[in-house]
Design a protein around this ligand. Structure first.
Ligand SMILES: C[S@@+](CC[C@H](N)C(=O)[O-])C[C@H]1O[C@@H](n2cnc3c(N)ncnc32)[C@H](O)[C@@H]1O
Length: 308
């Protein structure tokens, strides 16, 4: 779970204890979440790792198997959790999540409403953003998904910051008890336009809404319904370009294909080096990842119109 200190503040300096959730990191594309249990072992291609060896070590430690191979034990931050959680639905990823949190102006102490909860990928980041004094109320009409999300929030240590409700938000809107109390509202629903009147009632004056939709037709209908009560309506598509950074042999002046870019030559001793050596020396190169994600969805933001 997200490590907390005795005052319940999130803290990454405390050591791993029995029952903690850790992210076992082999490399950036090979990670998994494991609950530490004193009598258990982790077996993988690197050998056998005893959980008992992990207890008492700080998060971030390098731990060794019986074969002398290693993995790192990282704290389950929302960023890493998003990469390892079990996908019960489509989820939001880091690029969209970061943008949502900034544009919804979410800070500690905020009250945030969300629907649907789905796999809880966004919710976990919302919870950390409002901690320690704010709260996220998230709703999904799918009981099993809501129950699984609750379990995940327990595991990741954010359950005191999140309440999961089962409710048909498109049909019934958000509960009246939140009228005029929400700093921000996030929707990831198939027909978000049905919920806009309720969102208008829930938001504080000048509160902000964000609606995520994969298709432009959904965006258009949502924007139509926003026009009467909301202002500053804007839609964004976040396209992320990821580069793979690795060390390789560079051939002199030539780009070695695939658009790779030499960023920084490795340092060599000046003595004894010559032009030819330099031209085929090892360099750190960055090239766009072949399997980079493209379109995820559109993020529509709007601010509730002030009354006076
Ligand atoms: C794509 S998922 C949300 C994923 C979430 N944003 C995440 O990052 O993990 C959409 C969720 O909306 C829920 N949903 C669909 N219609 C709903 C409704 N009328 N009321 C409440 N939840 C609904 C679905 O059950 C599903 O879990």
């Amino acid at each position: 779970m997200l490590p907390t200190d005795p005052t319940k503040k999130i803290s990454f300096t405390r050591c791993i204890t029995d029952g903690d959730l850790v992210i076992v990191y082999e490399r950036h594309d090979a990670m998994k979440a494991i609950k530490v249990c004193e009598d258990s072992v982790l077996q993988n291609r690197f050998g056998v790792f005893k959980h008992s060896d992990w207890i008492g070590k700080p998060f971030g430690s390098k731990v060794f198997s019986n074969k002398g191979k290693f993995v790192y034990l990282l704290a389950p931050t929302p960023e890493l959790w998003t990469l390892v959680l079990s996908h019960r639905t489509q989820i939001l990823y880091i690029a969209d999540i970061s943008f949502v949190i900034m544009y919804l102006e979410i800070v500690p102490g905020c009250l945030v409403l969300e629907s649907g909860t789905g796999s809880g990928s966004l919710t976990t980041s919302l919870a950390r953003a409002v901690a320690p004094t704010g709260h996220v109320y998230t709703f999904d009409f799918h009981e099993q998904r809501a129950a699984s999300a609750r379990l995940d929030f327990e595991q990741t240590g954010v359950s005191s910051l999140v309440t999961v409700g089962v409710r048909d938000i498109q049909g019934e809107g958000f509960p009246d008890e939140f009228s005029g109390m929400a700093d921000s509202v996030f929707l990831d629903l198939p027909q978000p336009w049905l919920t806009i009147p309720s969102v208008g009632k829930m938001l504080k004056q000048d509160g902000v809404l964000c609606s995520f939709s994969p298709c432009m037709e959904q965006v258009q209908r949502t924007c139509e319904s926003l026009r009467s009560n909301f202002t500053d309506i804007r839609t964004f598509e976040i396209l992320l370009r990821t580069y793979e950074v690795r060390q390789g042999k560079m051939d002199g002046n030539r780009d070695n294909g695939g658009g790779s870019l030499p960023c920084k030559r490795k340092q060599h001793s000046i003595e004894g080096s010559n032009e030819q050596d330099n031209q085929s020396s090892a360099a750190v190169m960055a090239r766009p990842c072949a399997e980079a994600k493209g379109h995820t969805g559109y993020l529509t933001f709007a601010r509730l119109k002030c009354l006076s």
